[in-house]
Ligand binder design. Structure first.
Ligand SMILES: C[S@@+](CC[C@H](N)C(=O)[O-])C[C@H]1O[C@@H](n2cnc3c(N)ncnc32)[C@H](O)[C@@H]1O
Length: 409
């Protein structure tokens, strides 16, 4: 038998399972020239016809095609006879088969315990070109608990799955890419990383889909339990050398920048002023990109309703929900203006549909604007003086921001 070749009996077992009545899905991943090529196939029903749907992911490109049984048989032979190091995962209602072919051509086979599970509905939902489909994400999705044993997105995790997909889509939009950019070292700091859905997805996406060659990702969170769980996940994915998790308050965390390195700061629903702290750190670290989806914000509410409260808005401020929404909008407006003053091109967008999360605003910032531009500073001062408040982020970045304001006051 040649190196990389599967035993005849193993080949037969795969064919029998795919064309028997228990087949759910087959997935094979191959590393080739620094890129991952993934092919998966599953049975689907289109109209009254039974077909096989194949999804091919080659670097960042996704192709989906439907085949009849003869076409599927030819595709399966290509999967079985693939050469080189690869991983094959065959999922059936009766159990799973894992085949790993090492770089040296050794074939390692493992099987789950026998089981009886339901086959998922064979609907013809075309695989969309989502960021999480643009790299070999199956292991990440499983380890992070976003998918179940048959690779389907858990209903309870659909919201988080969509948030992460859309967030990555925004990353792809703001990071220019191209070989100059992807060859430069990149450090990503995910502030208030929680259970690390975004942190881990970011590493997989930047390296597997965008082609970054030298990426370090750090998740920071003050909770011990989430940091321990996140470290365990990185280990299970074998990413622990490039993705680390630090248990600290964001305020106490610092980075050591490597020469020629770009920095990206992200935060997804970091509570209250933790979002401001993430923005402040990004400014201090001279991050090139900052993507921050704020969460609850209480700080401004305290000042707006105090002795200096603007009497014209008494009727609005009395209603808790209206007060909260007004404060959310004002806080994010101040944040955007401060980031512009600090030299960031800043956009405020809705990054995900409101039914997925009510906290669906994203501040997208890219370094490169002339800091302290007169119009931005005067818009900021007008708004702040009208509301008679001092935003938390201004206090936090006082040494940088106040001199800009003093020139106009
Ligand atoms: C709502 S969770 C979001 C977690 C994650 N980003 C996500 O979207 O799944 C907010 C996280 O921020 C963390 N956090 C809040 N304030 C923080 C601070 N000042 N420093 C570090 N972590 C903080 C919390 O412990 C929590 O895990």
């Amino acid at each position: 038998m040649e190196r990389f070749e599967l035993e005849k009996e193993l080949q037969e077992e795969i064919r029998r399972t795919v064309f028997g009545g228990t087949f759910i899905k087959i997935v094979q991943s191959v590393r080739r020239g620094g890129k991952t090529f993934r092919i998966s196939m599953r049975p689907v029903t289109i109209g009254a016809e039974s077909k096989f749907q194949a999804e091919m992911v080659d670097g960042g490109q996704v192709q989906v095609r439907n085949f009849d049984a003869a076409g599927a048989a030819r595709g399966l032979e290509e999967i079985i006879n693939q050469r080189g190091a690869r991983e094959l995962h065959l999922i059936a209602t009766t159990g799973d088969l894992h085949v790993r072919v090492t770089k040296k051509g050794k074939v390692l086979v493992s099987r789950s315990a026998p089981m009886q599970r339901e086959a998922p509905a064979q609907t013809h939902d075309r695989v969309k070109d989502l960021p999480l489909n643009r790299f070999e994400s199956a292991a990440f999705l499983r380890v992070a608990g976003l998918t179940d044993g048959s690779g389907e997105i858990r209903a309870s995790m659909r919201g988080k799955y969509d948030q992460v997909n859309k967030f990555l889509g925004e990353v792809c939009g703001i990071v220019s890419g191209g070989s100059d950019c992807t060859r430069q070292p990149l450090t990503v700091v995910d502030c208030g990383c929680g259970k690390a859905y975004l942190t881990l997805a970011m590493y997989g996406f930047l390296t597997g889909a965008m082609g970054f060659e030298n990426v370090r990702v750090t998740g920071v969170d003050r909770r011990e339990d989430v940091i321990l769980a996140a470290r365990e996940m990185a280990k299970r994915l074998d990413w622990q050398d490039r993705v680390e998790f630090v248990q600290k308050d964001i305020a106490d965390f610092d980075i050591e920048k490597r020469p020629g390195e770009n920095v990206m700061v992200t935060s997804l629903h970091a509570c209250d002023t933790a979002t401001d702290e993430a923005l402040a750190k990004a400014v201090e670290w001279k991050a090139k990109w900052v993507l921050s989806a704020p969460c609850c914000q209480h700080e401004l509410q305290k000042s707006l309703t105090g002795a200096n409260a603007n009497a014209v808005f008494a009727g609005l401020l009395r209603q808790a929900i209206l007060r909260e929404r007004l404060c959310d909008i004002l806080t994010d407006t101040f944040r955007a203006l401060i980031m512009r003053m600090a030299g960031y091109r800043t956009q405020v967008v809705e990054f995900v549909a409101p039914e997925r999360t009510a906290r669906n605003i994203l501040l997208k910032c890219e370094a490169g604007l002339k800091p302290a531009q007169a119009q931005t500073v005067s818009e900021y001062l007008d708004l702040r003086n009208f509301w008679k408040v001092v935003p938390w982020l201004e206090e936090r970045l006082a040494t940088r921001i106040r001199p800009m304001l003093e020139r106009f006051e």
